[in-house]
Design a protein around this ligand. Structure first.
Ligand code: G4P
Length: 555
């Protein structure tokens, strides 16, 4: 009897050891990142090249090819939009060498919405992609600010080096001065545009030569030692000298490589290359994967939760309705944060305390879905959402935990939402409340309680289109939008008392958010700056503090 029980115990311990080892191995080999860039910088092109290395697609050009395009890019969403259904970003998972990469897609400007920001809440690393000719652009700056909120490591890829661009030193200066982010160039370009000859690897002191290929063809990367006589034949002396002088300058005056600073999001490694010709992409990917951080501990009500926590936990960072128009379904995207997720497991929903069996978890590769058997920290799974999940919700097994919520990001488009048909008010109210709960849009209210119409506040026009469309299709209410003409919103951390102390504010409208907190709306940033000048003591925030344990105002 005792032998039996000790056998059972030891086999249990063995099994626990094996599953712990599995978890450790899975965590160690996971890397998760999002690409932040402005439209046209080359995100689709770079993504395609990365997928190519991961074997997730078979041929260059597949992303752009018609049939494949809908599978790999988020451009398919534009098509879905024309058909009037909702749109959000996707997650691509692929293996490269012995690493499992989760690439979180952040849609371009037409698809830009709060989901784009929220996706960054699920990312452990970000790749900031710049066009060498344009440098930092507005959408990149906005996305960068969101990364900064969580201090996630940023890796910079300066693209389109095969075309005339800005001086590389000026590009680094811009990042340092405008983003307050130190830079450390991993490689350095020799020439640019028609005179682009390749890169100098600062670590190995090798030259990676660029050979110009026909448009659409891959360039072949040839490596030579700096001292190799062939270099002189292939690279003009003045170009090489200039590049070496610039490197010398960086060695003397630039930041040093410091992994801790990179991990803290204070220093960005910078890579130069050309995604279209697939030049510099592989060296980038290899170095990036070495330096990028694996799944990180996330803050919860119980303190930081280690990915190696044995029991499963994760949080909802994105909800998407009608992904598959044939089924009119809703999907909640969960970022796995700890433990192993297994199909059919029963988890707890922290907000309601309910138990749920997760029977059809999915991995979603654009429109293709695959049922997931298991998933590990850093992975993203899609769950069918029968309406119970909201943005920021925690799912867990074992001891109760609740992850820190996801903040509301600063909206830039504000419209009254009118319901011209009073008999449809009940449905209107239901729709508005449910869409707010889902996180489709932020809802603000006038401080004059007699003006009951809600104000829709969004970061992209698309969000408003989706809300109107869904109110009509899912709740049967036709609505009218009336633009308010504001572009900037700021929360007041000091709340109503701070505003009262201030007295009358000019060129600004005060409204309430769904938690009855004051929000100031401005027509432009000039008016906002004027307020700062008049009241330098006033504290304002572009991001709404996370709410917990308070019921929202409903319509
Ligand atoms: P996005 O997803 O960030 O919006 O950009 P995308 O990859 O679609 O690239 C935008 C344009 O820039 C594309 O050209 C693409 O071919 C080009 N591009 C991307 N990387 C490079 C590069 O390294 N060098 C050069 N010269 N061009 C690059 P397009 O004309 O809009 O499309 P297509 O004709 O290539 O399909």
């Amino acid at each position: 009897m005792s032998t039996n029980s000790s056998e059972t115990n030891s086999s249990k311990t063995n099994q626990e050891d094996i599953s712990r080892k599995d978890l450790a191995r899975a965590v160690e080999r996971r890397r998760n990142f999002a690409i932040i860039s402005h439209p046209d910088a080359g995100k689709t092109t770079l993504t395609e090249k990365l997928l190519l290395y991961g074997g997730a697609i078979q041929q260059a050009g597949a992303v752009k090819a018609r049939g494949e395009q809908r599978k790999v890019t988020s451009d398919w969403m534009e098509l879905e939009k024309q058909r009037g259904i909702s749109i959000t970003s996707t997650v691509l998972q692929f293996d490269y060498k012995d690493i499992t990469i989760n690439l979180l897609d952040t849609p371009g400007h037409q698809d830009f919405s709060e989901d784009t920001y929220r996706t960054l809440a699920a990312a452990d690393n970000a790749v900031m992609l710049e066009d060498a000719a344009k440098g930092l652009e507005p959408q990149t700056r906005k996305l960068f600010e969101v990364c900064r909120l969580r201090n996630i490591p940023i890796f910079t890829f300066i693209n389109k080096m095969d075309r005339p661009g800005q001086e590389p030193l000026a590009l680094l200066d811009e990042i340092e001065a405008e983003l307050n982010l130190a830079t450390w160039a991993v490689n350095w370009p020799i020439g640019s545009g028609d005179l682009f000859r390749g890169l100098i690897d600062r670590n190995t002191k090798e030259i990676v030569l660029f050979t110009r290929a026909e448009r659409g063809k891959q360039s072949v990367e040839k490596r030579l030692n700096l001292g190799d006589p062939e270099v002189k034949e292939l690279v003009e002396e003045d170009l090489l000298e200039k590049a070496l002088e610039e490197i010398e300058l960086l060695n003397e005056a630039g930041a040093e490589m410091d992994l801790e600073q990179i991990k803290a999001g204070e220093l960005t490694p910078v890579f130069f290359g050309s995604a279209m010709t697939n030049f510099g992409v592989k060296p980038f990917l290899d170095t990036f994967l070495q330096m990028a951080q694996g799944p990180v501990a996330r803050n919860s009500n119980e303190g930081p939760v280690d990915p190696m926590r044995e029991t499963f936990s994760g949080f909802v960072f994105k909800l998407q309705a009608n992904m598959d128009p044939r089924h009119r379904d809703r999907v909640a995207f969960i970022r796995v944060c700890s433990g192993r997720f297994q199909k059919d497991m029963t988890v707890r929903h922290a907000r309601t305390g309910k138990s749920i069996r997760l029977s059809r978890p999915q991995k979603i590769f654009a429109q293709d879905r695959e049922v997931v058997e298991d998933a590990f920290p850093g992975d993203v799974i899609g769950l069918n959402n029968p309406g119970m999940f909201s943005i920021g919700d925690t799912l867990y097994t074992g001891k109760r935990i609740e992850y820190e919520g996801i903040p509301c990001f600063s909206p830039e488009i504000f419209s009254w939402l009118r319901n011209p048909n009073p008999s449809a008010f009940k449905n209107f109210r239901k729709g508005v409340n449910e869409l707010r709960e889902e996180g489709a849009v932020q809802i603000l209210y006038d401080i004059d309680q007699a003006k009951r119409d809600p104000i829709l506040a969004a970061v992209g026009q698309l969000q408003l289109d989706v809300v109107q469309h869904r109110l009509e299709n899912e709740y049967g209410v036709e609505t009218r939008l009336e633009s308010m003409g504001f572009q900037v919103a700021r929360w007041v951390p000091g709340g109503w008392p701070a505003l009262e102390e201030l007295g009358r504010i000019f060129n600004c409208k005060t409204v309430r958010d769904s938690w009855h907190r004051p929000v100031l709306l401005f027509k432009n940033s000039w008016n906002l700056n004027q307020l700062f000048e008049d009241h330098p003591e006033l504290e304002l925030s572009s991001v709404a503090p996370v709410v917990s344990g308070v019921d929202p105002i409903t319509l």
